[in-house]
Write a new protein. Sequence first.
Length: 71
Amino acid sequence: MPLTSTRKQEQKVKVTFANGLLFVEKADGKQQAFPLEWFPKLLNATDEEREDWEQTDRGIRFNKLDVDVSI
């Protein structure tokens, strides 16, 4: 009898910044781009602040900045 789980598997994403944009690339290769002007805290953040993020059920959470981005 196979084991099944109703729990979603954790997706891995890649987060990068370039040319005033936030890029989020999903595990399937699809990429979304968000203008940083939508997120003033990210726009003015240091590299260290931008690197402190985690994936959540709804998107990306930038911990030090208290910013959530839905993907």
